[in-house]
Design a protein around this ligand. Structure first.
Ligand code: URA
Length: 210
């Protein structure tokens, strides 16, 4: 698995405002979206394209366009939804699928509670959005789910991550093509599985405590 941690002063600046407990909800939402657009630039560095011939007002030339099957963006419900618009802004022709993961209270394993994805993901590049890579359990399950459906290239994009979460994803990748793009790699997890220093509960800060 390849891991990219963003190293850009604008990203660090926006992350600082995002982390601040005083930042109001509308600003928090806007910043998640803006950060996503900046991270999407890095995450799509290897998006598949094919030659595309056009004519400028001056001369014919060959550029590129996204190859088919088009990339699939998969926000993990619910907090991943906050990142969706930021990604779609950069890749407006991508398709979007949805995956809801929840921890089974008996087995403590992440299970899928909602899913709206093509049955066959053969040949698809998938971009999974989840702001917080904490223990890594649900993101690892989401990545396995996509590979089981036939995906051959998965990029996970997270605003914050932990060394523990990265290790769990490494194991889940099992040698397949997985790329992880992080806004920052934080110190680790506290006893409540919150990222430290982190930014608190991303879903609650985006959408309230329901
Ligand atoms: N999920 C969050 O929203 N925040 C954390 O710190 C950990 C998991």
């Amino acid at each position: 698995m390849r891991v990219f941690v963003a190293d850009h002063p604008l990203i660090t600046h926006k992350l600082t405002v995002l982390r601040n407990a005083q930042t109001p909800q509308p600003t928090f939402r806007l910043l998640i979206e803006e950060l996503m657009t900046l991270l999407a630039y890095e995450a799509t560095r290897e998006v598949r394209v094919e030659p595309h011939e056009i004519e400028t007002p001056v001369a014919p030339t060959t550029g590129v366009r996204l190859s088919h099957p088009l990339p699939l963006i998969v926000p993990i419900l619910r907090a991943g939804l906050g990142m969706l618009e930021g990604m779609v802004k950069l890749v407006p022709t991508a398709e979007v699928g949805f995956l809801g993961m929840v921890r089974d209270e008996e087995t403590l394993e992440p299970t899928t509670y909602a899913e709206r994805l093509p049955d066959d993901l053969s040949g698809r590049q998938c971009f999974v959005l989840d702001p917080m890579l904490a223990t890594g359990g649900s993101l690892a399950a989401a990545i396995k789910f996509l590979f089981d459906r036939g995906a051959d290239d998965v990029t996970a994009i997270c605003v914050l991550g932990t060394p523990e979460g990265v290790e769990v994803l490494e194991k889940a990748a099992e040698g397949r093509k997985v790329t992880l793009v992080l806004g920052a790699l934080d110190e680790g997890l506290n006893e409540h599985a919150y990222i430290v220093p982190g930014l608190g509960d991303a879903g609650d800060r985006l959408y309230g405590t329901i």
